[in-house]
Design a protein around this ligand. Structure first.
Ligand code: SF4
Length: 276
């Protein structure tokens, strides 16, 4: 199976999902290669082509402020429903050197054309070590931040960060943010983050960060690495139940192809919560 193609422009969709409604994606990464501070073994776009925390030397490949503003305004003016607008795309959005400016533009355009839509981001969390990035993220309606590992060894194995990414500083950054959601991918097989030790440590980090909610999922698309196996729905539900019991934080198990999928989504709440 092949990885999915890269997004071809600064906006993509909107596509319909049962969970998010109509979602418009914002891609502020290059359109011809993946630029990311991580090289996750499960990445649906394949291996990272440019693996860095510093994209200042890649400005010519990134959407300019003007192109982004025009592309987003055109997308928002079209007569079609949009419930969510989400920075995501071909890599890590916060790496764009003008990320703060692009967020300000998106906030203003959303307010003007789609005041009821929610503007947010799916981020790998690598930039939350920067106070400036955290301030920019705070301007969004929602922040879904990645945390797949409860210890540095698992983090290195699953997310393969580039030089300069500091796992402990990421944890500190996430702890200092208000109203943050976490998202975790669990995988099994030759590389895994679902053994008893990994799950216990991941739940410990969740207890320290105290996000407002958590989404967990497993492989829905062909991963970059071979030898990976998806985690069963039953196992994901077990992780969710354990996490909710220990932390009191709601965990949603995502059983769908992706947040931008038309496939059926089955939100799940733990047995304990159903009984209450
Ligand atoms: S952070 Fe996202 S885009 Fe980057 S390698 Fe991981 S899954 Fe792919």
């Amino acid at each position: 199976m092949n990885n999915i193609p890269l997004q071809p422009g600064p906006t993509y969709g909107p596509v319909r999902s049962r969970r998010l409604g109509w979602s418009l994606g914002l891609n502020i990464s290059p359109i011809s290669y993946k630029l990311c501070s991580f090289n996750c073994v499960y990445c649906q776009y394949g291996w990272t082509a440019v693996h860095t925390l510093d994209s200042t030397g890649r400005l010519q490949d990134l959407p300019s402020v003007d192109d982004f503003a025009k592309g987003l305004e055109d997308a928002l003016r079209k007569d079609r429903p949009i419930d969510n607008i989400t920075f995501s795309g071909n890599g890590e959005a916060t790496l764009h050197p003008q990320f703060a400016e692009l967020v300000d533009i998106a906030v203003a355009l959303k307010k003007n054309y789609r005041p009821l839509a929610r503007l947010g981001i799916l981020s790998n969390s690598s930039s939350v070590t920067s106070e400036g990035v955290r301030c920019t993220l705070a301007k969004l309606d929602f922040r879904v931040m990645k945390l797949d590992a409860g210890d540095i060894e698992t983090f290195s194995r699953i997310n393969r960060p580039c030089r300069g990414v500091d796992y402990n500083a990421i944890l500190d950054g996430l702890k200092s943010m208000d109203n943050v959601s976490l998202q975790a991918m669990f995988v099994d097989g030759e590389i895994q983050n679902v053994s008893e030790r990994e799950i216990i440590q991941w739940i410990e980090r969740i207890s320290e960060i105290r996000p407002i909610n958590i989404q967990i999922y497993s492989l829905h698309r062909p991963p970059a690495a071979s030898g990976l196996v998806g985690v069963t729905e039953e196992k994901l539900k077990e992780i969710a139940a354990r996490t909710e019991t220990v932390t009191g934080i709601t965990v949603e198990v995502i059983i769908a192809a992706s947040p931008y999928s038309e496939r059926v989504h089955q939100p799940w709440r733990c047995q304990q919560e159903r009984k209450n």
